[in-house]
Ligand binder design. Structure first.
Ligand SMILES: *[C@@H]1O[C@H](CO)[C@@H](O)[C@H](O)[C@H]1NC(C)=O
Ligand SMILES: *[C@@H]1O[C@H](CO)[C@@H](O)[C@H](O)[C@H]1NC(C)=O
Ligand SMILES: *[C@@H]1O[C@H](CO)[C@@H](O)[C@H](O)[C@H]1NC(C)=O
Length: 288
């Protein structure tokens, strides 16, 4: 009777040690020294896996036009049963613990891959893991740091964070005139946990306290954090108190609007102009 859970745990650990994920596109800062491990559990390398020379420029900086569908790509295999991710921006080009990160899209469940355990191969495998996103129309032209953060569903309680410098091209909003920092409603603060004393629940795809207006859901309905349940337990030692409010609001009734189907682009490299609906609500109906 005691044997079974032990074996299950072992299987989980075996998967976990095969390596995690690393961002390939957009090309991250300092890709030569960026490894695939999560942030240190004590928060010391937050944000962006701080290290010596953490913000070396890529060979070619990625340019994104607003309201165009883009693809973020990863290599690796240990997808930890999915989880939940956020894409956030800061105007800070050498981010520090003081940087303000604003969420442009949340993925609740099935992120970055909607598979039960992990994928095949090792840390260098290209499993075609990708997320689609668009830079919202009210992000002004300029340089930003784009962060991908991930709270894995199974395995150790971790927070992953990779950062890439990007340039936003917005023909109708040409300067920082309208700072992203001031657009609190459209772009809430990035969620932080597992590195600050507040731990997310195991085996559940978390829902973010403040997911923002654009939310995609790809996980199984049975894996999503139930309404009203704490998104993390413990007292956060740093981060914004609102972003880390451990009680998730009833987001279905908030300004996200009706559930809409949001399909991923068929081709990993397709960059198609989309109707400028970035500010509209996108929420997948959860698969059964
Ligand atoms: C870093 O990015 C460059 C340019 O895309 C690529 O040629 C190089 O192989 C990458 N290095 C690593 C360690 O991934
Ligand atoms: C935090 O953790 C890292 C790596 O695990 C370690 O090197 C560092 O000394 C720790 N920092 C503090 C302040 O405990
Ligand atoms: C940009 O700033 C100028 C001067 O402060 C102001 O007149 C203008 O309305 C601003 N534009 C936007 C889009 O906020």
């Amino acid at each position: 009777m005691l044997m079974k859970p032990f074996l299950l745990l072992e299987a989980l650990v075996l998967r976990v040690v095969s390596g995690h994920l690393i961002i390939m596109s957009p090309e991250p800062y300092s890709n030569k020294t960026l490894n695939n491990s999560p942030l240190a559990s004590n928060g010391s390398d937050f944000p962006c896996k701080l290290r010596d020379d953490a913000f070396a420029a890529p060979v070619k900086e990625t340019v994104y036009e607003v309201c165009v569908s883009n693809t973020m790509r990863f290599k690796g295999s240990a997808t930890h049963g999915g989880g939940s991710c956020q894409l956030s921006l800061t105007e800070d080009l050498t981010p520090s613990k003081k940087s303000i990160w604003k969420v442009i899209k949340s993925y609740e469940g099935g992120c970055p891959a909607n598979v039960e355990g992990g994928l095949s191969g090792d840390a260098n495998s290209d499993n075609d893991i990708q997320l689609d996103f668009a830079i919202p129309e009210n992000i002004a032209s300029g340089k930003y740091t784009l962060a991908w953060t991930w709270f894995n569903r199974i395995g150790d309680r971790e927070m992953y964070m990779n950062c890439a410098p990007i340039t936003v091209d917005n023909p109708s909003l040409s300067s920082y005139n309208q700072s992203i920092q001031s657009q609190a409603q459209d772009f809430p603060l990035m969620f932080i946990a597992n590195i600050n004393g507040c731990m997310t629940p195991l085996n559940l795809d978390i829902r973010f306290p403040q997911p923002g207006r654009i939310v995609e859901r790809n996980g199984l309905a049975r894996n999503i954090l139930p309404e009203g349940q704490s998104v993390c337990t413990g007292t956060p030692e740093f981060g914004d108190s609102v972003a880390m409010n451990p009680i998730i609001p009833d987001i279905e009734k908030e300004n996200l609007g009706k559930a809409t189907t949001y399909s991923l682009p068929a081709s990993p490299v397709s960059i198609q102009p989309s109707p400028c609906s970035c500010r509209a609500s996108h929420r997948n109906t959860s698969p059964q």
